[in-house]
Design a protein around this ligand. Sequence first.
Ligand SMILES: [Fe+2]
Ligand SMILES: [Fe+2]
Length: 191
Amino acid sequence: MKLTEAVNAVEEALPLRRFEHTMRVAETAGELASKYGGDADAVQMAAVLHDYAKYRDPEEMLQEINRSGMFAYDIEGYGTEILHAFAGALLVEKELNIRSSVILQAIASHTTGRAGMSLEEKIVFLADYIEPGRTFPGAEKAREASRHSLEAGCLEACAETIRFLSGRRLPIFPHTFEAYNEFAFMQLSER
Ligand SMILES: [Fe+2]
Ligand SMILES: [Fe+2]
């Protein structure tokens, strides 16, 4: 699939506001890739497709995820917000015939992060968090940290996500804790 075809597919799948967010994520991801490296084409494709499944029925997404065997446990309790990332990877493979594991993995981890993210995953995860339309507290801190390193930016994003969810006493997906710890250990070792 060509990038322009992917853009058309998401323009059709998303409301305008979300489509504009997607385009800003793609631009921010492009900037991060030119600074930090990675497969720039895969980063662009993953950024364009990252929210492909955002407006699907949560029940359908959950079924898709459970059927895939992606997780050994039922992830329903973690809330609907994280579903579109995992379901998105499955659906772009199935519906748009995307086969690149680099692209699919970057879509799958864009909301929760995970330990051991590839360069491309970190870029898409961070770009989604810091694109210029993001104004929530923490976005600016992550933006600032991302000027120093990709990992410092990701650490801020994970820390703020954990702070936000725990502040509301909501469950936190284990991948986010694992990513947070990885980046926190990394930063400790650099002190
Ligand atoms: Fe998303
Ligand atoms: Fe997004």
